[in-house]
Design a protein. Structure first.
Length: 94
């Protein structure tokens, strides 16, 4: 089975991007978020996830239809605020 999609990395995130088949589901882009315990405690992990989801909500119209996007937070992501998260993810996909 061939690997499809792209893998992009930044200092604080790994972003996996893959296209879905047209007949499988709706056209809207989908987001998956992974933040491990290495990033911080539950409060910190949830703050990082909220920042990623907010970026996705604001940027969704810029993404191609039928795209699956998975964002994996790296250890240093806990130091970022929502604005920095949004800026870093926009740069990688821009």
């Amino acid at each position: 089975m061939a690997r499809l999609g792209q893998r992009m990395t930044t200092e604080h995130f790994v972003v996996l991007l893959a296209r879905r088949e047209p007949e499988t589901s709706a056209d809207q882009p989908r987001l998956g978020v992974t933040v491990s315990r290495r990033v911080g405690n539950a409060v910190v992990r949830n703050r990082v996830k909220r920042g990623i989801r907010e970026w996705f909500r604001r940027s969704q119209r810029l993404l191609a239809p039928r795209v699956d996007l998975v964002v994996i937070a790296r250890q240093g992501a806990a130091r970022l605020g929502a604005r920095e998260i949004s800026q870093e993810l926009s740069e990688v996909l821009g």
